[in-house]
Design a protein around this ligand. Structure first.
Ligand code: FPP
Length: 252
């Protein structure tokens, strides 16, 4: 069982623990190469890191954890590696779903389901269905996900409503479009972490990241642990979030 989370501080922008942490789990391949191991071993150790970080996020009082597990652009990798990543997702859901459920974790999935093998879609649906009443931690799995594709999908649904005469184009503002994204009820990430030293968003949550704090850490994902998460959260707590306004203390 997961221990109880530390009581969250006040919710909102002044919360020292982010309500929503999103992670680009980068560097599995380099972690493996540095040890003379196959890339698949890096991904396998990446799943071990994921288990640690889900537990740590809950212990630290995070309520939403989004992970970038397979991007729309990852289809350009060799078929064997794509097979490895899909195999890991299958095993992760088959082996870990019961534990996640008994720990009170709600699993949500964002990204395109079209084009995925039917058994993967079934597993993703089962995970969402089984855990839908859980409230301790929301684990949002971005799978076959790309931010541009998500925004284009939202624009397409809105355009259809306009074409059908159900919507006035003048009624469409940023809030409207936001409600047509994959998981509009999930708050925007307060903190986005990318491991392995790369300084990019790589088509991850670009709409939702408008006011996220970005923390880039030099270690590869398989080495990421609770201490690394705590240190990223400490960095977040030192930042002053202004959301386009003025500094709270100086008014300047
Ligand atoms: C980036 O490392 C990582 C990925 C493309 C996939 C992340 C996947 C996992 C951690 C495991 C699968 C997840 C689940 C939920 C089963 P990279 O391969 O781009 O590393 P590199 O840049 O060093 O080559």
């Amino acid at each position: 069982m997961m221990p109880n989370a530390a009581a969250p501080a006040t919710e909102g922008s002044d919360r020292s623990v982010p309500l929503h942490v999103a992670i680009i789990m980068d560097g599995n391949g380099r972690w493996a190469a540095a040890r003379g191991l196959p890339r698949a071993e890096g991904h396998r150790r990446g799943v071990d890191a994921l288990r640690r970080v889900v537990r740590a996020a809950h212990e630290l009082g995070v309520l939403y954890l989004t992970i970038f597990s397979f991007s729309s652009e990852n289809w350009s990798r060799p078929a064997t590696e794509i097979g490895d990543l899909f195999g890991l997702l299958r095993r992760f859901i088959r082996n870990d779903l019961a534990t996640l459920h008994s720990d009170g974790v709600r699993v949500r999935v964002i990204g395109e389901r079209e084009g995925l093998e039917p058994d993967i879609c079934t597993l993703l649906n089962e995970a969402e269905e089984l855990t839908k009443a859980n409230t301790k931690l929301n684990l949002v799995v971005a799978f076959n996900y790309g931010s541009r594709q998500e925004i284009a999908g939202a624009a397409q649904r809105l355009a259809r409503e306009v074409a059908e005469g159900k919507r006035d184009p003048a009624s469409i503002d940023a809030d409207t479009l936001g409600r047509y994204l994959d998981a509009p009820d999930i708050p925007d990430p307060d903190l986005i972490i990318r491991t392995s030293g790369e300084l990019r968003l790589s088509n991850f949550l670009m709409w939702q990241a408008a006011y996220s704090e970005l923390v880039f850490v030099p270690i590869h994902w398989p080495d990421f642990d609770k201490a690394a998460l705590e240190s990223a959260i400490a960095e977040y707590a030192r930042r002053e979030r202004r959301f386009g306004g003025l500094a709270a203390k100086t008014g300047s």
